[in-house]
Ligand binder design. Structure first.
Ligand code: HEC
Ligand code: HEC
Length: 158
């Protein structure tokens, strides 16, 4: 009897511990963007940040429609510059990530290529009155953590 109790206790402690670890593993990482990051999207996000967050801040997927992202990822002509083509597998993972965290525009709707003309961007800013047309350089005025891809933390611009 005296030998069983500690063994039982030990296995109880182990299983509680294991359950907690599992819960930790399943719990999606806290994200600074609109939706929590699913574990299976982590690599896609990492590749996205590495490839699309160097010249300018990484634009959060939710602010542009899925179709816009497709075109941006598949075109090396990029606004005023040219991009080096992405390795095909990386591009696939990035597209999957962007698709997961964005929504499509209706068929026939004109696609926005600037956040300032995206109705999803507008919808995410219901209370905000922009003094100047929002651009990638102005996000940081209200979102001080953009460098960490966090758009949740907000300050009054000043
Ligand atoms: C003038 C301040 C201001 C500027 C500039 C601004 N935002 Fe915001 N943003 C906010 C506020 C405030 C919210 C919270 C929603 C609300 O209250 O309307 C928000 C919310 C968001 C969200 C949703 C965050 C979440 O998970 O709920 C995203 C994404 C976002 N902004 C992206 C951007 C990007 C990208 C830019 C630059 C192109 C930008 N914002 C510029 C003030 C601003
Ligand atoms: C070599 C530098 C460079 C890289 C890498 C780059 N971009 Fe850009 N991006 C630019 C420039 C330059 C602009 C235009 C800036 C302007 O005119 O305001 C731009 C603009 C944008 C805009 C428009 C934002 C707005 O509302 O004005 C989006 C969206 C964008 N890039 C997405 C991406 C994506 C997705 C990737 C990864 C495939 C990427 N960028 C990689 C240089 C780059």
């Amino acid at each position: 009897m005296g030998a069983i109790a500690p063994a039982f206790l030990l296995s109880l402690v182990l299983s509680v511990g294991l359950g907690w670890q599992l819960a930790q593993a399943i719990e999606p990482a806290v994200a600074g963007t609109v939706d929590p990051l699913q574990p299976e999207q982590q690599i896609g996000q990492q590749l996205y940040l590495e490839n699309c967050g160097t010249c300018h801040l990484a634009v959060p997927p939710a602010v542009l429609p899925t179709q816009t992202w497709y075109q941006l990822i598949n075109d090396t002509r990029h606004y005023s510059t040219n991009l080096t083509p992405l390795p095909r597998f990386d591009a696939q993972l990035i597209v999957r990530y962007l698709q997961f965290y964005s929504r499509p525009y209706y068929e026939g709707e004109a696609l926005p290529f600037r956040v300032s003309s995206s109705r999803f961007f507008t919808a995410l800013h219901p209370q905000v009155e922009f003094e100047q047309s929002p651009s990638l350089n102005s996000c940081v005025a209200c979102h001080p953590q953009v460098a960490n891809f966090n758009f949740r933390q907000i300050v009054e611009p000043g």
